[in-house]
Design a protein around this ligand. Structure first.
Ligand code: FAD
Length: 326
């Protein structure tokens, strides 16, 4: 992989704004996130909730805010690596190499850590051979709807993501089933009503007990939560949406000054490791506020200091973005 000016770890709101701002300042950027989609907590934890404290938006759905931030971030063509966790840090002569959980080596001159409350990993169903079938019928998100075209799809979960994917895949997938262990859903009422009125078949009070198929998934055994009755359910794909676990995990071993799961930064949002900045929920300083509105400001500031670190002739002050069209 080529060496970039800045690598942003974490594609939540603050990381996305850092990616945008670095692009605006003419820097080459790489973004890494452990999740299959961008947006961080906005998409993973509360996509259907309204956010009321964004400048310029009297109210905005978290998922719409995330999508707009992503669109803004991607306009300068950053390299985006999803479903990869930044795991190991190696110091080099002119920067760092980040090694991901799958062993990819990503050289970079500077780093902005916007890891929020840590790397999210999707909660597993917890059945035998689940890991073997990941990507061969077991999915924890949907990267491309085309992958599910004409296939029998089973969605597991009762939250917003499960219902969103049920609605999203309805026009491309073959037979669709939604499996949930209760008849009460965390998902927004409106989405539940829409899925109830669709062709999606509900299997309530069921859990997935067994996976069938060797090279690829062919079917699952469903078990009733109270009667324990089981039956075989043929399916090509299971999309699991039963939550996330988060952990700062690997970043704890990078030699950063961390206390109470937060990285200490100075007034430039730089950590104790030169050229490594931290912004958003993951960073700490006196009077820190964990809010998106303040976190994106931290991201813009950190980018400007990273810029002047790489190019001492560059101005710290970026100028007005509205002057770009002159
Ligand atoms: C229910 C709820 C409601 C909220 N409402 C509001 C609100 O109304 N207004 C407001 O301002 N704030 C609100 N917040 C808080 C707000 O969502 C957070 O402050 C914000 O998401 C922090 O953004 P971030 O970019 O710092 O981190 P996050 O959004 O946490 O994103 C961090 C990203 O980093 C990734 N990551 C972490 N470690 C690694 C690694 N090692 N490798 C690769 N990727 C990694 C994670 O997968 C994640 O995608 C709310 C939070 C919750 C839970």
């Amino acid at each position: 992989m080529n060496q970039v000016d800045v690598t942003v770890i974490g594609g939540g709101p603050c990381g996305l704004f850092a990616v945008f701002y670095a692009g605006l300042r003419g820097m080459s950027v790489r973004l890494i996130d452990s999740l299959p989609e961008l947006g961080g907590q906005l998409m993973a934890l509360y996509p259907e909730k309204y956010v009321y404290d964004m400048p310029g938006f009297p109210k905005v759905l978290a998922k719409d805010l995330a999508n707009n931030l992503a669109e803004q971030a991607l306009q300068f063509n950053p390299e985006v690596i999803l479903e990869e966790t930044a795991e190991t840090l190696v110091k080099t002569e002119d920067g760092y190499v980040i090694i991901t959980a799958s062993g990819r080596e990503l050289p970079t001159k500077t780093i902005i850590i916007s890891a929020g409350i840590g790397a999210f990993t999707p909660t597993r169903i917890g059945v035998a051979r689940e890991e073997d079938l990941v990507g061969k019928g077991i999915f924890y998100g949907v990267k491309s709807k085309a992958e599910f075209a004409g296939k029998a799809v089973t969605i597991v979960g009762g939250g917003d993501s499960a219902f969103d994917w049920a609605l999203n895949l309805e026009d491309v997938a073959g037979p669709m089933t939604l499996v949930h262990r209760r008849d009460v859903f965390k998902a927004h009422e409106d989405s539940v009503e829409k899925v109830r009125g669709s062709r999606v078949d509900f299997k309530l009070f069921y859990t997935v007990k067994e996976l069938h198929g060797w090279e690829k998934l062919e079917g699952i055994t469903l078990e009733h939560t109270t009667t324990k009755e089981t039956h075989y359910h043929p399916t090509d794909a299971v999309v699991v949406n039963i939550g996330f676990k988060s952990s700062l995990g690997p970043l704890m071993d990078w030699g950063l000054d961390i206390s109470k799961n937060q990285i200490q930064v100075d007034s430039k949002y730089e950590t104790n490791l030169p050229g490594i900045f931290a912004v958003g929920d993951v960073c700490n300083f006196q009077e820190k506020l964990k809010l998106i509105a303040t976190g994106v400001g931290e991201a813009a500031t950190a980018v400007c200091f990273a810029k002047t670190r790489l190019d001492p002739t560059a101005k710290l002050y970026p100028g007005h973005s509205s002057d770009r069209d002159k």
